[in-house]
Design a protein around this ligand. Structure first.
Ligand code: TEU
Length: 573
């Protein structure tokens, strides 16, 4: 175990009420490339973010998670890191970073950094030296010799095609679960692990408050890298998701990093393919020590074999997933609650109605995330009800995953031209979430004075921060009230969860109970009105409306609840 580090000067004190700060917190995710551009190069940057800290304070969030700003060739928008200890030139430098951290801390907002250590960039020094066979880096990645036409196994890359590429310099194959410019680190090698921990301590020494751990449940692979079941979704997944040594590595990581500092550090593991039982091993009492994980079940509802194969949203299935996660981690562990991030479509487009009921359904979705157990995440623009975008041609796309998808569909003959797959792209491409933040109705939505790196959504003249802040009935104002409501009511943070009417096709209703406090949340997740009885056991005589998105909602529930389309109500004792 490493020696304890003395606290850097720039840290926020840990609260002393016994509960870690991140349980009461609302986290705001920033995708730096698209948040705010301070130097007119069309790309967001650290100074741009620092210029908006008052915006974040006004909204009332407690922490910011920054997607990667490290030095990177940007093959996957910064999730391909070539130097973990440097800020990419396009985002600024370490001094800018220090300025941002201080500006946030001055406003009591904590900073969570993205940690991408399943893989590096192929331009990272470790890979460059590994490819030349230089010790001790020769074994830092997964290398396999063999026929250059026949990859070592049948594993798929998340971004399409084989997870292996042949390197002519080393004359061997290397593994990359994502892009070929993102080679997977060999976590079996203790020197790799020690280098990663040292880097994490270096960031902790700068005073940051936590890490969001990119695909952290992929770091351990089945020994011998055997073929995967060819009939599964992503071939090989059973050999790299929640692999055999993942808990050993993470417990060691926590001990060597987070446990060496005196303040409370938040960690959230991004864990595709994780079950409630798996999650308990990451975050439970006897688990590895992570604060929480991101699970994916609910964002995948309705998907076919691939994410591009979008089906019908099924609310009953969606409720069952949340019921299982809310109750499954109630006594052991902690949930994260999100509907949106930089890899998902916009939540109002995926789960709400981004046409006629855009505002109302965006408010309903916010009501949902802020009244469940766990830590809520707001993804930039979600607080405005930002929507998916129109992408008229493949040239308008920027994401490697979406571009690969279109190119493969055309190459395989599944599609003749972009228009044949446009519907799928506009429904699920990650670029939807990455269009620039809409600040004003000025050109480029006030995001940049230059040419934006990715098109601005055409609807910025109707949906933007300036208008939302002026309008007392806006999605933004409603989010602000929701965040306050959660801060003021422990029952919404810590209360036991009970699902009502599990089989109802459009009403999602639940109670939260903490001692004598009770909350009843009723959400009509549909374009049609609905009427339901107040569930048994709810203390209706004591309940009062705390927040709702429809003007006509009665102050007390009465025996029956009649709800408008997309109406959301929260009653509290
Ligand atoms: O995402 C990993 C992940 O599992 C996904 O959400 C994945 O991008 C998606 O399923 C593809 O459809 C993380 C990052 O959030 C993502 O931006 C990176 O591209 C990826 O890891 C590689 O670092």
């Amino acid at each position: 175990m490493s020696q304890r580090h003395s606290a850097p000067s720039n840290v926020l004190a840990t609260e002393t009420d016994g509960s870690p700060w991140w349980k009461d917190a609302v986290v705001y995710q920033i995708y730096p490339k698209s948040f705010n551009d301070s130097n007119a190069d069309g790309l967001g940057d650290v100074r741009g973010i620092a210029g908006k800290v008052d915006y974040l304070a006004d909204l009332g969030v407690d922490a910011v998670w920054l997607s990667p700003i490290y030095q990177s060739p940007q093959a996957d928008n910064g999730y391909d890191i070539s130097d973990y200890r440097a800020i990419d030139d396009q985002y600024g430098d370490l001094e800018d970073f220090e300025g941002l951290l201080s500006a946030l801390h001055d406003r009591d907002i904590r900073l969570i950094m993205d940690l991408v250590v399943n893989h590096t960039s192929d331009e990272h020094e470790w890979f460059q030296r590994s490819r030349r066979g230089e010790e001790p880096y020769d074994d830092y990645y997964y290398w396999r010799e063999g026929d250059p036409d026949d990859p070592p196994n049948n594993w798929d890359s998340f971004f399409g095609g084989s997870a292996w590429s042949y390197d002519d310099e080393r004359e061997a194959w290397y593994l990359h679960l994502f892009d070929e410019k993102q080679p997977d680190l060999n976590w079996r090698n203790p020197a790799v692990r020690e280098d990663v921990y040292e880097m994490m301590r270096w960031w902790l020494d700068r005073g940051i408050d936590g890490f969001r751990m990119d695909v952290i449940n992929l770091i351990s692979k089945t020994e011998g890298l055997p073929d995967g079941d060819p009939h599964g979704g992503l071939v090989g997944a059973e050999h790299f998701m929640n692999g055999p040594r993942v808990h050993e590595y993470l417990s060691e990581m926590m001990e060597e990093t987070v446990d060496t500092v005196d303040r409370e550090i938040m960690t959230v593991g991004e864990t595709p393919g994780v079950s409630v039982e798996d999650a308990r091993q990451y975050v439970g009492e006897d688990g590895d020590g992570l604060s929480m994980v991101f699970q994916f079940e609910h964002v995948d509802v309705g998907d076919g074999d691939s994410k591009w194969d979008v089906g019908e949203f099924d609310l009953v299935a969606f409720k069952e997933i949340f019921d299982r996660w809310q109750t499954g981690l109630a006594d052991d562990g902690w949930n994260s609650v999100y509907l949106s991030n930089h890899d998902q479509p916009r939540s109002v487009s995926q789960f709400g109605n981004d046409g006629e009921y855009r505002r109302k359904s965006a408010k309903l979705l916010g009501t949902f995330t802020h009244t469940l157990g766990g830590t809520p995440y707001v993804y930039q623009g979600e607080e405005l009800g930002m929507t998916n975008a129109n992408f008229e041609s493949v040239e308008q796309l920027r994401d490697v995953e979406a571009i690969n998808f279109v190119e493969e569909a055309i190459a395989s003959g599944e599609a003749n031209e972009y228009d044949d797959v446009r519907e799928a792209v506009e429904a699920v491409a990650r670029d939807n979430a990455r269009t620039p933040m809409q600040w004003t109705d000025d050109p480029n939505a006030g995001f940049t004075d230059g040419d934006p790196w990715l098109k601005v959504n055409d609807n910025y003249t109707e949906i933007n921060v300036a208008d939302e802040r002026e309008d007392t009935d806006s999605v933004w104002q409603y989010y602000r009230q929701l965040i306050d409501l959660r801060h003021d009511n422990d029952v919404l943070v810590y209360g036991d969860f009970e699902l009502h009417y599990p089989d109802h096709e459009s009403v999602f209703a639940y109670s939260r109970t903490l001692g004598d406090d009770h909350a009843l949340v009723v959400l009509n997740w549909a374009d049609d009105p609905a009427t339901v009885d107040v569930p048994d056991g709810v203390p209706i005589e004591d309940l009062e409306l705390a927040i709702g998105n429809a003007g006509a909602a009665p102050a007390t529930p009465g025996d029956r609840l009649t709800l408008e389309p997309w109406e959301a109500r929260v009653y509290l004792v």
